[in-house]
Design a protein around this ligand. Structure first.
Ligand SMILES: Nc1nc2c(c(=O)[nH]1)N[C@H]1C(S)=C(S)[C@@H](COP(=O)(O)OP(=O)(O)OC[C@H]3O[C@@H](n4cnc5c(=O)[nH]c(N)nc54)[C@H](O)[C@@H]3O)O[C@H]1N2
Ligand SMILES: Nc1nc2c(c(=O)[nH]1)N[C@H]1C(S)=C(S)[C@@H](COP(=O)(O)OP(=O)(O)OC[C@H]3O[C@@H](n4cnc5c(=O)[nH]c(N)nc54)[C@H](O)[C@@H]3O)O[C@H]1N2
Ligand SMILES: [Mo]
Length: 766
């Protein structure tokens, strides 16, 4: 991995972290990136159509838009503008480009460089034994992929990976194709993202989705923002939190890093936001130790139980607990056993800080807990989220206005893709429904998730890999192992808009299948099409691209999947693939009959703003086996690194979209011109005898004794929680051991890697 070029490093500059987010600089930064990628006219066309009822859904995060009448005419954030300009770029990757650059040469380029080359324009093939991609026609490319699929010993030797960028229609077709072909091998980015949330919420509430609406966020008395960096990753969430504050609500931020967006917010689209100090977001900031959140909520639950003991009948919501839940008695008995020394050791907080939080809780009737990767990507991510559900249920904060659970999703349609059946373990009622509609029996054996897919490729049990709308090689853990796994495949193929590292780590044969992006106009036989997406709060709405496609050789994702399915499965099944490609309404008609909540889909989604899928939890209905919400007992766990080691989290800079860096900067954290940096608390630097800005290798320590090393990182003295460190993903994925996963959800523990820092010179010395 160390052979990959890294632009920027030499010019590293560091200033103190910012204490506010999203002001005027945010707007100018967005326009700068856009003008660097494309013309003024395309910039105007794209930016004016983001998140408007007749435009397209921002391909950035999954935070919802306000109701149609309440949207700003610029309903997007700085980072949304960057994502869309990155897609609308005027730069092009042509067949000529691949003649000039061999695959091994491209493999040495940085992720940044690969993305900057522009939009993919025509299908390409790498033949067995060749080091170059060459042009190939669509029919031939898809025919070859179909032949490879049909030639497998069992359908379970095929893998169909997706990210949450895919719209509902294409996602529905992809899972339909995989299951009609005979496998549930549908690994997705969710496996590495909110899988822990889905698992914990399914188990406790009976549905793996958030329960709150944007209105609930505005109306809450108290909101916890835990393990999440909204200033960078969900900037429009800050406007919602500002509204909460205006209505008298309070915010508690829990994070090892003092993230700018959690501290103070300046609204970029209101005059007041551009000048002045803006709104202080967090009323209380808890600088927690990594993984200490489980103990924090266990402590809060203990304090609630004790308060009820002191003033019986006044603290807990007995009527909610007695009528709607099970398991309270066991939970209460277990919860009382936690000790304060354990709580303080695990959280790194003081008892006073936790008691202050408790006081706020006691004064709040409506509480919401929001979270993201800072919780899900830990070994005990599932128990942590279960404990949050316990916490909310104690005072009846589930299923009532202004209260509830809010896992803040990543990719714009990651929640929708799951609703459409992109999941390796879709429940039986969904499979039965598919069978009724399409007349074939879907396989019932669970498929492989992302981590197990890598294992299967390594063992030669999976041989054909199709990736859709993502960058599997960089998103997954243990980069060296993953690359080895991909290279063992007979065929790797990717449906993509832009060049990325997954295209350079090839199976024996490899295909690049270029496609339309969200902002591109999509015209099929029946005319102009739109697609649909579901946001983090279950709002389903239409998305219609407006720009001329990047090349006339692009096919839509729906077209590619439909044609591939027809070539692979032939005409023997009653699935009208040609009709699906010609008119997406015909796909929606099928979704309406298969997926609950989508009745009359096409008509309802054409209304401005679309519609919200019902969440039974908000009617007091819990679709668990017992029909009740479930209190759980979660054993105390804490993260500890051996002496001389740190707990490293891998996270996003302000200038990247997942595996794709847009620039070398991380403005809010004050870092410019470098990504190979590691943020370490000054006290730890002193103890480790390391100087600020010195160069180190990060070496991860894991049970299997394999050395995983990321070389040449510059140390930056930074106010992170002592004992913890932070560095950017995907450069550090090489450090995450394949077997280091969250219990139950199998999510890589990207937020807790035990590392030691070795001065780089030690290794290079003779
Ligand atoms: N601009 C931009 N927007 C994005 C993305 C992007 O790459 N760029 N990615 C999208 C996707 S797919 C996702 S999933 C989301 C991700 O959104 P986030 O979850 O906000 O993303 P991360 O950068 O991984 O940040 C994790 C945060 O959790 C904190 N944290 C780490 N460990 C702990 C812990 O143990 N406890 C607590 N309390 N906090 C902890 C970190 O300090 C950091 O603030 O963003 C989405 N939006
Ligand atoms: N160490 C570490 N690893 C992580 C994480 C972490 O925090 N730390 N986060 C995890 C998380 S939360 C996630 S969600 C995953 C993300 O993993 P992925 O979703 O697999 O990765 P992305 O970087 O979003 O994928 C980018 C590629 O998508 C393609 N693309 C973009 N738009 C479109 C489109 O409209 N259509 C098609 N067909 N292709 C398109 C482009 O070719 C682009 O190169 O990474 C995970 N990996
Ligand atoms: Mo994600």
């Amino acid at each position: 991995m160390s052979t990959i070029e890294d632009p920027g490093d030499e010019r590293l500059s560091v200033t103190p972290p910012k204490t506010w987010a999203t002001g005027l600089p945010a707007v100018t930064h967005a326009l700068q990136y856009s003008f660097g990628q494309t013309s003024v006219r395309r910039t105007a066309l794209t930016l004016l159509n983001i998140n408007q009822t007749k435009g397209f859904d921002c391909p950035g995060c999954a935070w919802p838009e306000p109701a149609p009448g309440q949207r700003h005419k610029n309903e997007y954030c700085e980072n949304g503008a960057k994502h869309i300009s990155d897609e609308a770029t005027s730069r092009r990757v042509t067949a000529d480009f691949f003649r000039q650059h061999s695959i091994s040469e491209l493999g040495k380029k940085s992720d940044y460089w690969l993305n900057q080359q522009g939009r993919l324009t025509e299908p390409m093939i790498k033949h067995s034994g060749s080091d170059h991609y060459e042009s190939i026609g669509w029919d031939e490319a898809l025919g070859l992929l179909a032949d490879e699929l049909r030639g497998l010993d069992t359908p379970n030797e095929a893998l169909f990976y997706t990210s949450g960028r895919l719209g509902n229609e294409a996602a529905f077709l992809l899972q339909l194709f995989a299951r009609a072909f005979g496998t549930n091998n549908l690994p997705d980015c969710s496996n590495m993202c909110h899988e822990s949330s889905g698992f914990a919420l399914n188990e406790t509430l009976g549905i793996g989705k958030g329960s709150v609406s944007l209105q609930d966020v505005h109306d809450a008395d108290l909101i916890f923002v835990v393990g999440q960096n909204p200033g960078t990753n969900h900037p429009r969430m800050l406007s919602a939190l500002e509204e909460t504050k205006r209505n008298g609500g309070q915010i508690i931020a829990v994070n090892p890093l003092p993230e700018a967006g959690l501290m103070r917010f300046k609204h970029p689209q209101k005059p007041r936001g551009v000048i002045g100090r803006g709104t202080a977001i967090a009323d209380q900031f808890l600088q927690i130790r990594p993984g200490g959140d489980l103990a924090l909520f266990q402590a809060l639950n203990l304090l609630l139980l004790q308060a009820e003991d002191e003033r019986p009948g006044t603290v807990l919501d007995r009527s909610f607990i007695d009528t709607r839940t099970t398991g309270f008695a066991d939970f209460a008995e277990h919860a009382r056993k936690i000790s304060w020394p354990d709580i303080l050791a695990s959280t790194g907080l003081t008892r006073g800080e936790i008691e202050r939080v408790h006081a706020r809780v006691m004064h709040s009737d409506k509480i919401i807990v929001c979270w993201a990767m800072g919780l899900t990507q830990h070994k005990h991510g599932v128990p942590t989220i279960r404990e949050i559900v316990n916490f909310l249920m104690l005072r009846g904060n589930i299923g009532k206005p202004g209260a509830g659970v809010c896992p803040v999703r990543g990719h714009s349609n990651v929640q929708g893709d799951r609703t459409m059946g992109i999941w390796e373990r879709m429940p039986k009622p969904f499979l039965d429904s598919l069978e009724r509609e399409f007349g074939f029996t879907p396989p019932t054996e669970h498929g492989l998730d992302s981590v197990d897919s890598i294992r299967a490729m390594l063992k030669g049990r999976a041989k054909v890999f199709l990736g859709v709308a993502g960058n599997f090689v960089r998103a997954t853990p243990d980069s060296d192992a993953t690359e080895k796994a991909m290279r063992r495949c007979r065929l790797t193929a990717h449906i993509s808009t832009k060049l990325n590292r997954s295209h350079t780590v090839c199976g024996r044969t490899a295909l690049i299948l270029p496609t339309l992006g969200r902002s591109d106009r999509d015209v099929q036989a029946s005319g102009e099409q739109f697609v649909t997406v579901e946001d983090s709060m279950s709002e389903v709405h239409a998305s219609r691209g407006r720009l001329a496609p990047a090349s006339d050789k692009l096919l839509s994702e729906v077209a590619i999947i439909s044609r591939l399915a027809r070539l692979t499965l032939g005409e023997q099944l009653a699935i009208p693939w040609e009709e699906f490609e010609a008119d997406y309404n015909t796909i929606r008609d099928r979704i309406a009959r298969v997926v609950p909540g989508f009745e009359d889909f096409t008509a309802r989604v054409k209304r401005p703003g679309g519609f919200r899928l019902p969440n039974p939890v908000n009617r007091g209905v819990f679709p668990t086996p017992s029909g009740k919400a479930v209190f759980t007992c979660n054993a105390f766990q804490m993260l500890q690194a051996p002496k001389g080691h740190l707990i490293l989290q891998t996270l996003r800079s302000h200038d990247q979209w997942n595996t794709v860096p847009y620039a070398m900067n991380d403005r809010y954290r004050g870092i410019r011109n470098a990504r190979r940096v590691v943020l370490v608390n000054p006290a730890d630097l002193e103890e480790l005898g390391l100087a600020d800005r010195s160069e180190v290798d990060l070496v991860s320590v894991w049970l299997d004794g394999v050395e995983r090393r990321a070389s040449g990182f510059r140390v930056i003295s930074y106010p992170t929680t002592p004992g913890s460190a932070a560095a950017y993903y995907p450069e550090t994925n090489v450090l995450v051991p394949l077997d280091s996963v969250a219990d139950f959800s199998n999510t890589p523990t990207s937020k807790s890697i035990v590392v030691r820092l070795e001065p780089t010179r030690e290794r290079t010395a003779p």
